[in-house]
Design a protein around this ligand. Structure first.
Ligand code: XMP
Ligand code: MG
Length: 181
């Protein structure tokens, strides 16, 4: 499936290979764990979580939390709204997010999780923009390092659009969300 407004950057095939590798590594590193609590961050991580857990060979509990740092556009509002009603006390948690950018979102979520006293928390992101980091947060598992450019597809969006694309791409005309003006 192609979308003329989006320039493909990471193909569905490359994503599939990398997600499998991540799942295998996670399975290996958590092989002694009796139950891994995989927590996806909505909305952007829904597709990544769905594909990743198929390659995790450890018993899992899977849940989602809501967090948003973006309004309707590309710029962070600089504050994060975290909604979590999961009982993660005593659990080994794998927090799964679509993109690590400044680190604010995951920094806030990990801070909220720490209050709930999990046994451990590790972070897995599909995409990392390391050049943009402003908060002390590193992901243990990273799919791809990417430059500082706004991406869409494979769960990530612009104004709620393009999440269904099976690949990661750049908007050809970011200022208008790809629309002709
Ligand atoms: P921070 O700065 O909090 O940003 O690390 C991470 C959050 O911002 C979203 N984000 C993007 N979403 N395309 C998107 O669709 C992008 O290029 C992009 N960069 C950051 C991301 O979803 C995460 O929640
Ligand atoms: Mg997001």
């Amino acid at each position: 499936m192609q979308d003329g407004r989006v320039k493909e950057y990471i193909s569905a095939e490359r994503i599939a290979v990398r997600v499998r590798e991540l799942g295998e590594r996670i399975s290996d590193e958590y092989r002694e764990t009796s139950l891994l609590y995989v927590v996806g961050v909505l909305d952007g991580a829904f597709m990544f979580v769905a594909d990743l857990v198929r390659h995790i060979q450890v018993p899992c509990r899977i849940g989602f939390i809501e967090a948003s740092s973006y309004g309707s556009g590309m710029r962070s509002r600089g504050q994060v709204d975290v909604r979590c009603n999961l009982d993660i006390a005593g659990c080994d948690v794998l927090l799964v997010e679509d993109i690590l950018d400044t680190g604010l979102t995951l920094h806030e979520i990990v801070g909220e999780f720490d209050k709930l006293q999990p046994a451990s928390v590790q972070v897995c992101v599909l995409l990392d923009k390391p050049s943009q980091r402003r908060y002390p947060l590193e992901a243990r598992y990273v799919g791809f390092d990417i430059p500082d450019r706004f991406v869409v597809g494979y769960g990530t969006d612009f104004d709620g659009r393009y999440r269904e694309l099976p690949y990661i791409g750049y908007l050809e005309n970011p200022d208008t969300g790809g629309r002709e003006v």
